[in-house]
Design a protein around this ligand. Structure first.
Ligand code: HEC
Ligand code: HEC
Ligand code: HEC
Ligand code: HEC
Ligand code: HEC
Length: 219
């Protein structure tokens, strides 16, 4: 019988099956590496340089300015939000007016051109995140961003990988606080965190069983 395919075809088919398997393994491996690679999200614990050396350590830690003065949208909307230079000038039109460090702030204020800050956090485009849903349910800035009140320049504190999100989505009782603790820093969790946490989760009406659904974060 005349063969429609050459003698090598069978071997080729076998090879490509094997190849397909290998290819899938490679792709999965690549996704795994990407999920654990700092390059997709920016490194943890490395301070990001900024056009103006704005220090959270000074403004939040020493001067004790409330996070909401500059990031009210973390409570009201999806994004944390970065303040414009009008917010800075509410003080710096009187304070440290001759500081050279503040020159770009004054220029931006005078020209109306945005001061462009370098992003510290950057989760993948295909992931949906919403600040107000977390903050109002009792999850603290500190839990996800660390001791911002001690950072001269902000760095990323958590990996922001899918497994990090899921660690809390599966057991929110380990991290939840009462709302009045959302803006506090450096206070140790109570010894009975799990008991208190389970009560708070129930009181907030959080349905933990739905929090691992893919469609919550991938819409
Ligand atoms: C006086 C205004 C001001 C206050 C108060 C303030 N911030 Fe900021 N925040 C900024 C500015 C400006 C930036 C952008 C520059 C930078 O990243 O340092 C920023 C950046 C950040 C970032 C990184 C954003 C990114 O690029 O991913 C986080 C997280 C943050 N702030 C959290 C906080 C928390 C938590 C508090 C309260 C402890 C706070 N901030 C108080 C002005 C402020
Ligand atoms: C449950 C974790 C979580 C909590 C709680 C949280 N954040 Fe964030 N924050 C994130 C993630 C994730 C990003 C990155 C979002 C992105 O890249 O789109 C982020 C980004 C930011 C940014 C950069 C702007 C933006 O939205 O991309 C600021 C500013 C910020 N957070 C401030 C705050 C402040 C202030 C609080 C407390 C009121 C807070 N965050 C609480 C997880 C959290
Ligand atoms: C609620 C008041 C207030 C706000 C709002 C504020 N600052 Fe400040 N800032 C201060 C005070 C007070 C100092 C300390 C001044 C000193 O040491 O003489 C300071 C110091 C600074 C310095 C150091 C100046 C120097 O030469 O040492 C920089 C830079 C700065 N702020 C940037 C900013 C930026 C950028 C914003 C807006 C995102 C901002 N500040 C918002 C009160 C404020
Ligand atoms: C420290 C705990 C914690 C971390 C970390 C966390 N979450 Fe959540 N998240 C929750 C809880 C609890 C809820 C449910 C809140 C409720 O039902 O009131 C929630 C709700 C959500 C929702 C639903 C919001 C809505 O509109 O209903 C989204 C989306 C979400 N999280 C995305 C993420 C992503 C993406 C990450 C990681 C980048 C993340 N979360 C990290 C605790 C956390
Ligand atoms: C709590 C939020 C959350 C839930 C629930 C979630 N994911 Fe993700 N997912 C993420 C985040 C955040 C990333 C981005 C990770 C990164 O940038 O490293 C991601 C990335 C991914 C990626 C891209 C590969 C990678 O690792 O970067 C795939 C594929 C994926 N998720 C599939 C799923 C599937 C399937 C489910 C349901 C079983 C699911 N996710 C549930 C938050 C979530």
């Amino acid at each position: 019988m005349k063969q429609a395919f050459g003698a090598g075809a069978n071997t080729f088919a076998k090879l490509s099956l094997l190849g397909g398997g290998l290819f899938t393994v490679l792709i999965l491996g690549l996704l795994f590496v990407l999920d654990h690679s700092p390059y997709t999200r920016g490194p943890i614990g490395v301070a990001v340089n900024q056009p103006v050396r704005f220090s959270h350590q000074l403004h939040s830690g020493v001067l004790n300015i409330d996070c909401r003065y500059c990031h009210i949208s973390a409570e009201q909307g999806a994004y944390g939000g970065i303040p414009d230079t009008h917010t800075c000038m509410s003080c710096h039109s009187q304070i440290a007016t001759y500081s050279e460090l503040l020159e770009p702030v004054r220029t931006s204020y005078a020209t109306g051109e945005y001061l462009v800050w370098n992003k510290v956090h950057n989760i993948a485009q295909h992931v949906y995140f919403n600040h107000s849903a977390h903050v109002n349910a009792g999850f603290a800035c500190e839990t996800c961003h660390g001791r911002v009140d001690q950072m001269p320049l902000v760095w990323q504190h958590q990996s922001m990988t899918m497994s990090w999100c899921l660690e809390c989505h599966r057991e929110p009782e380990r991290f939840i606080r009462t709302y009045d603790q959302v803006y506090t820093f450096g206070e140790p969790a109570p010894e009975n965190q799990i008991d208190v946490g389970l009560q708070l989760v129930a009181a907030q009406g959080i349905d933990v069983s739905r929090l691992s659904n893919c469609s919550i974060c991938h819409r």
